[in-house]
Design a binder for this molecule. Structure first.
Ligand SMILES: [Fe+2]
Length: 313
């Protein structure tokens, strides 16, 4: 019998290595367990090593990411390069902007696709972005025409308290809107301010302004159809400096306040209290996120990759 099996394998040019790899990948997918956090939103993924991810396991993770919007992996051992390798399976990665850096600063960068998010200072200079401040609810980079669909964070140094990250399901938020409000926003858009970062600081190259109607940035529909799942989600971006084009200022402010009251449905919020080795990937088309402030006396270091949209066609 074995002779005929080997003959069949040989005739199809399948090597024993191919067979062992196939068995290994089956084992990986078998061990992978998806444990939902909220109903239909957020999941813990267990039994997987992101530093050595088989294709089948990645496909299962990608599917779970589209299904649950936020995935959490605990106890991972990733460095910058392996975080980059994992993240770029979801799409091309954003490159760190280096235009304003000196040659000496550029030379110190060991990975252009992995950005430190940190309050740590070395010789008085911050090693990463966002510092200690709280970041209010937002979706990443909605101020550009094609925002990144995915963001990935790895916990490296974690303070004893503060710096927690929260995610809110915008599919559930849209479903929660009263009928009249849902009908009112049909066809409406929001202008997403490009001038300030997620902790409220003016970005380099932008001038300060007082009137939200003067804020520069991309305009997107309030209800966004997810381009991969086809599901509708509320797409608010950020409350601060937002404006509904075509409405008088007071009306725009009142409508945005009304919508934001429904943006974080309590049963559809995932809370992430970091430990080193945690990896989170979330879908910016599906959720808002925020983080609490950090005690300046405690060090916090996370590493981030931003996954850009694939160019279609
Ligand atoms: Fe963010």
């Amino acid at each position: 019998m074995w002779r005929s099996v080997w003959a069949r394998l040989a005739s199809q040019r399948i090597t024993i290595t191919d067979v062992l790899e196939a068995v290994d990948s089956l084992k990986t997918v078998d061990a992978l367990k998806i444990v939902p956090i909220c109903e239909g939103f957020g999941a813990d993924v267990q039994g997987v090593n992101l530093a050595a991810l088989a294709d089948d396991a990645f496909r299962a993770i990608y599917e779970a990411w589209l299904t649950y919007g936020v995935l959490r992996f605990k106890g991972q051992s990733l460095d910058k390069d392996s975080l980059q390798t994992f993240s770029q399976r979801f799409g091309p990665l954003e490159e760190m902007p280096t235009g304003r850096m000196s040659a000496a600063q550029k030379a110190k960068i060991d990975n252009l696709y992995v950005t430190p998010i940190s309050n740590i200072k070395v010789a008085g200079k911050p090693i990463g972005g966002l510092g200690d401040a709280e970041a209010t609810w937002h979706s990443d980079m909605t101020y550009i025409e094609t925002p990144p669909p995915a963001s990935v964070l790895l916990g490296v140094e974690i303070p004893q308290n503060g710096g927690d990250t929260f995610f809110a399901d915008q599919r559930a938020a849209l479903a929660w809107l009263p009928q009249a409000l849902r009908e009112r926003i049909t066809g409406l858009t929001i202008k997403h301010n490009a001038a300030h970062d997620s902790v409220g600081n003016l970005r380099p190259g932008f001038d300060a302004f007082d009137d939200v109607r003067d804020a520069p940035g991309a305009i997107h529909s309030m209800v966004r159809v997810h381009n991969e799942t086809g599901e509708e989600c509320l797409y608010l971006g950020r409350r601060e400096w937002a404006y509904v084009p075509g409405l008088p200022l007071e009306e725009s402010e009142a409508l945005l306040d009304d919508l934001w009251a429904y943006a974080t449905p309590v049963d559809y919020v995932v809370e992430q209290n970091w430990t080193p080795g945690d990896v989170i990937i979330w879908d910016n088309r599906r959720c808002l996120h925020k983080r609490t402030s950090i005690d300046p006396s405690q060090r916090r270091l996370l590493l981030r990759c931003q996954v850009l949209a694939r160019v279609s066609g």
